[in-house]
Design a binder for this molecule. Sequence first.
Ligand SMILES: C[S@@+](CC[C@H](N)C(=O)[O-])C[C@H]1O[C@@H](n2cnc3c(N)ncnc32)[C@H](O)[C@@H]1O
Length: 265
Amino acid sequence: MDAIALTKKEFNDLTSLVYEVSGINLHEGKAELLKSKIAKRMRMTNKSLKDYLSLLYANENEMIDFIDTVTTNHSFFFRENRSIEYIIQQFSLNPEKEKKEFKIWCAACSTGDEPYSVAVQLKDLGLSFSILATDISHSVLETAERGIYRMDKLQNVPLPLLHRFFQKGTGKYKGQIKVKNEISKHIIFKKFNLISDSAPQIVFDAILCRNVMIYFDFQTSEKVIHKLYHALAPRGYFAIGNAESLMNMKHDYTPVKKIPSLYTK
Ligand SMILES: C[S@@+](CC[C@H](N)C(=O)[O-])C[C@H]1O[C@@H](n2cnc3c(N)ncnc32)[C@H](O)[C@@H]1O
C-alpha cells in the first residue's frame, strides 16, 4: 500500500487542520507527499483511512507527529552563522557583560543544532548565558536533548570549538559526536507552538526564529513576529532565516545594516 486516494474534501479538511494547529500551509503540490505519509501512518497504526483520519483529528500528538513528517526538520551546525556571529560580537562589546546573563530563545530549534551552535560560541567568549530552545515537535526535541549527532552535521564547526566542546564517539558510536555537558547544561529544550502558545514571561536579548516562517503564510508570519517582538528586550536582536523576509509586513523591528536577516528592537 504505497498510495491512497484522498477526496478533495479530505485533502482540504486535512490541510486546514494542519494550518490551524501549526500555521503550516500545505498547498496542492504537497498532495502526493501527504498521501504517502498517511499511507505510512495507516500501516504503522494498522488503521483504515477513515479510522486513521479520525485518530488524526482527535489526537494532537498524532497530528504533531504527522506534521513532523510533512515538514522538514533539516538543520545543521553553524547554519547561516553570520547573524549569530554578529549578535555574539555585540554581546561581547556590552559594558555590562561581566555581570550579565544573556538570554536567547531559539524559537524553532529542530534537532538542536542551532542552540548548540549559539552556545559554543558564547561559551568560547566566556559569556554567561541561558538558552531556551523550543519546537512544536517532540521527536526533534528528543534528539536535541540527547545531543548526539552524525559528524557530517558539524562540518562547519571551527576545529578549536569542535575539539573543546564535543566528544567523539568510539565503538558503536563511531562516526558520531556528543555535545559536552558544559554546553548542554545552559540549554532548556521545551515544546512550544509558535501559533497557539503564549510567549514565555522572559525578556530575551536575542530571539532566533529561522527557517520556519517559510512554511507559514503572510498573515501567520506577521502574527508570529509580533508575538516574538514582545518577548524581546529593548535593543535585543531578532534573527530570521536567509530565505525569509519581513518585507511588506507590519512590524516595529529595525533591520541591522549589512547583516541580512537580522533585526533589532
Ligand atoms: C527547518 S527547521 C529550522 C531549524 C533551525 N531553526 C534552522 O534554521 O536550522 C523548522 C522547524 O520548525 C518547526 N515548526 C514548524 N511549525 C512550528 C510551529 N508552529 N511552532 C514551532 N515550531 C514549528 C519544525 O518542527 C522544524 O523543526
